[in-house]
Design a protein around this ligand. Sequence first.
Ligand code: DX5
Ligand code: ZN
Length: 217
Amino acid sequence: MIKVAPSILSADYVNLQKDIEKVDKAGAEYLHIDVMDGTFVPSISYGPNFVKAIRPITKMVLDVHLMVQNPEHILQAFIDAGADIIGVQVEATQHIHRALQIIKNGGVKAEVVINPGTPVEMIKPVLHMVDQVLVMTVNPGFGGQKFLPETVAKIAELNQIKRANGYDFDIEIDGGVNNETVVDCYKAGATVAVAGSYVYNADDPAERINALKEATK
Ligand code: DX5
Ligand code: ZN
């Protein structure tokens, strides 16, 4: 059964606490927080103060996805804000190893993220040091996009490397995830599913979280 990480990018910001409590009660393991800087991706979302504000209202794992160019400078702020996992895009820095080191030295779980157009090969040198790998299943920047099926082969490739080397990182998928698209990803080795619009653009988010779990039993 896959772990579920609702993305609050698609939540109702005026009633954010309510929307967070809904998925918490429904048994979501993670809360996915999408940080966008207007440079690495065209959109702008929120920063470390947002994470700090959410920290006291839930015990869910705060899974922070940084879509930020040169993230090294702001990592400490997200560590101090109370993130449990911090993900950096390999395309956004010339110093991915250093960025992951900063996260780990801060006592936070380190994640490397790859875009659909980035080969798994790119992250091989840092796989020994990560707690989670996020394989983007859409191009980052917006919620509600269509799942890219060609990314499934990358999940399988990554899972193969994981097994061959005895690594124990989680494999997370993000973008266009629903009760259908999640199935092949789970079979290929995904262990955590981010879902934004599928969970929050529904009358009953709890039912959607359940559906993701049911589909991966
Ligand atoms: C996309 C973000 C996702 C987004 C997913 O750039 O990284 O986390 O919220 O949204 P859905 O699930 O609607 O594709
Ligand atoms: Zn995300």
